[in-house]
Design a protein around this ligand. Structure first.
Ligand code: 5RP
Length: 230
């Protein structure tokens, strides 16, 4: 079975948790897009939900699918967020941000009672870090922020190359929040919770892609079928 099919299966399984009346966080990425499309089908069939998108791309997808949208300024919390991930480890800690939406994704997940991560089995890892860790930064003072990120990574034994993410036009990729992303190629991160703390303490860092203790459930679709880890 191809990967897109697996992603859609994981999305379909998460959709089984959705009930009428729910307020939903809508993730970003190719797996989350499957969820939005399947949710749209249910909405057109009468399911009554309202969503908060985690990116402008997801906003457009959700609008196209006929899903009613709101903001975190209009409602005080969300019942459930369904989102993809770049890596998931055995503690259900995540690397996210491959699609550049990590800041809104983390704000939305943190405002949710529950986060379900949907992914194909290739995202499941013993230890985080093979996927480059996205760190969203303020353009001002980039060199100083990079040095601080390097030091933080080195302090937890995870030294590696930092690369400023480029957009399609060859210039720096700009996030929905108007920031840039530095991808930290670390190989492996032995102490992700500690690195998360160190990165959060750097003034030029807006947010990082380590989601520690946020995901409650992971739905993984593979050739052998679907498994849920909680
Ligand atoms: C976007 C994300 C995505 O959830 C992550 O990159 C996974 O994407 P995909 O489902 O396309 O593999 O964090 O910022």
């Amino acid at each position: 079975m191809d990967k897109e099919n697996l992603k859609r299966q994981a999305a379909a399984r998460a959709l089984e948790e959705v009930r009428s009346g729910m307020r939903l966080g809508l993730g970003t990425g190719s797996t989350a897009k499957h969820f939005v499309e399947l949710l749209g089908e249910k909405v057109r069939g009468g399911l009554d939900v309202i969503g908060v998108p985690t990116s402008e791309v997801t906003r457009a997808d959700a609008e196209r699918c006929g899903i009613r949208l709101t903001t975190l300024d209009e409602i005080d919390h969300l019942d459930l967020t369904v989102d993809g991930a770049d890596e998931v480890d055995t503690r259900l800690d995540l690397i996210k941000g491959g699609g550049g939406a990590l800041l809104r994704e983390k704000i939305v997940a943190a405002a949710s009672d529950r986060m379900i991560v949907i992914a194909d089995e290739s995202k499941w890892v013993e230890r985080l870090g093979r996927f480059p860790l996205p760190v969203e930064v303020i353009p001002f003072g980039l060199a100083a922020t990079r040095r601080a990120i390097e030091k933080a990574c080195g302090d937890v034994g995870a030294a590696g190359e930092l690369k400023l993410r480029a957009g399609k036009d060859g210039h720096a990729f700009v996030t929905d929040g108007g920031h840039w992303i530095v991808d930290a190629h670390l190989g492996q991160i032995s102490d992700a919770p500690r690195l998360a703390q160190l990165l959060s303490a750097i003034p030029g860092v807006v947010e990082h892609g380590l989601f520690i203790g946020i995901a409650g459930t992971v739905v993984l679709a593979g050739a052998e079928g679907i498994r849920t880890v909680e």
